[in-house]
Structure formats: C-alpha cells, structure tokens
Design a binder for this molecule. Structure first.
Ligand SMILES: [Cu+2]
Length: 260
C-alpha cells in the first residue's frame, strides 16, 4: 500500500494550485498559520486604506465638499500614522521570530541523512546503516536521477500515475515520527534541497555543510525540486521522498542492505 504510486495521496503540486501543499511537519504548519495570520492582517489594512482613499477622493472634488480644510501640517497626525505601522510591525515580529528560532532548534537526532547535490542529480547516504561484505563495509548510499516519464510504458492508465519532471528513479525513504538530521552539501556548484510540504529549503554549497532538522508527522509521497539555479539541467533534478512508518522503513533498509 505504501509503495503504490497513488497520485491522490501524493504531496505534489496540482494544476491551478494557488495555495500551499498540505503540511507534513510542525514547522510547515507554523508557516501556514503565520501565513493565515499575515493574510488576515493584510486584508484589514487593504480595506482600511481603500476606504480612506475613496473617502479622500470623494471629498477632494469641490462638488462634494465646498469648504476645504485649511490646515497644512499636523504633529499629532504625523505621530499617529508613524507609530501605528511601527506597532503593527512590532506585533508581527513576535510570531515571526518565534517561528524562525523554533525551526533552528537542534534536538538529538535518531538518524542522519547526508544529501549531496550534483550537476544534475542528488545523492544520499545514511551512515548509520552498514553492511559488512567479504572485505569491505558499505553504507546505505544511492543517487536519484529524474525519470523521463514520457518514455515510460504506461499501458492504458490514464491519467499517468507519474508526475512529469518530479519523479526520480529511486526515492529517498525516510521514517515518520523520528527526529532526523539532514546534512546538505554540494559537489560542484550551488544547489538547494527543497520540499514544500516539509517547509524545508536548504542551500547545498560546495565545501560547506548545512544542517537542518526534520520530523515528518505522517507517511506519504512528497515532491520537491532544486531551488538554486545550478546550470542547464537545474529544472531536471527533482526530489521524491517516501515517508514510511518506522517499521516499514526498517524493512526497507534491511532489504536494501541485503542487496549491497
Ligand atoms: Cu538547481
């Protein structure tokens, strides 16, 4: 069930989508709430300014207002229209900084995933899992390339169960309800590992290791794309993450290591 290509459950962009993808992490839920909070405030401000503007335009015409005001300067008014926006910004900074610092919180991770950006694919490694072959030990390591869906034998399935330009030959399998640490870097140029449902966008810089926390709340198939222009095939190095409950994740790892 968890390995099926069910497009309905996939967290991928939809046609004509105008809102965010469903959140799968606490930080993305925070981003969504903050966005709603901001949008509400924005609507209130737009209505107020719009009302004020139309009021001014209406009374600007001599026909509607025969006796114009004589004053050209008002200290009280200056104080009010400077301090109110400043106060609004101050009020906004509280949830904004709370969210920002909560995302930086470093907990004790149970598992680390190393992510390396290349021109033009992503490679992943989990050093916690090792297999000892005859004379060498290997870690769980794989590279993910984009699948050219147009060339796949789809049979009579319509619409296609694959997402164009988002599918990869291998998916990054991660456990849900587990504190994960992502270590992101690049081997050649700048890349950016981005998954909208996780609220994550981590720059992959060559020679630098960026660390970020991830705690996936639910299982699902999540899609993302490289978000730092990195060359001609920048649009063709997608990210596909399959989040599985811990038990299924361990089954997957055991099966994978068997193959190494
Ligand atoms: Cu790129």
């Amino acid at each position: 069930m968890f390995f099926s290509l069910n497009t309905l459950e996939a967290d991928a962009p939809r046609s004509w989508q105008v809102y965010f993808q469903d959140p799968a992490t606490i930080s993305m839920e925070g981003i969504l709430n903050f966005n709603n909070h901001l949008t509400f405030l924005l609507i209130v401000i737009v209505i107020f300014v719009g009302w004020f503007l139309s009021f001014t335009i209406y009374y600007f015409v001599e026909y509607n207002n025969r006796y114009s005001s004589k004053f050209v300067h008002s200290k009280e008014l200056e104080i009010v229209w400077t301090s109110i926006p400043a106060l609004i910004l101050l009020i906004l900074s509280i949830p904004s900084f709370t969210l920002l610092y909560s995302m930086d919180e470093v907990s004790t991770p149970d598992l680390s995933l190393k992510i390396l950006g290349h021109q033009w694919f992503w490679s992943y490694e989990m050093s916690e899992f090792k297999t000892c072959s005859v004379n060498q030990s290997q870690t769980l390591k794989y590279s993910c390339y984009m699948m050219v869906v147009d060339g796949l034998p789809l049979g009579d399935q319509s619409p296609s169960p694959y997402f164009r330009l988002l599918e990869t030959n291998k998916r990054v399998v991660l456990p849900t309800e587990t504190h994960l640490r992502l270590l992101v870097s690049a081997s050649d140029v700048l890349h950016s590992w981005t998954v909208p449902s996780f609220g994550l966008k981590v720059d992959a810089c060559p020679g630098r290791l960026n660390q970020v926390n991830l705690f996936i709340k639910r299982s699902g198939l999540f899609f993302g794309q490289c978000s730092e222009i990195c060359g001609v095939n920048h649009g063709f190095m997608p990210i596909a993450v399959l989040a599985l409950p811990t038990y299924y994740f361990h089954c997957f790892v055991a099966f994978k290591l068997e193959l190494l």
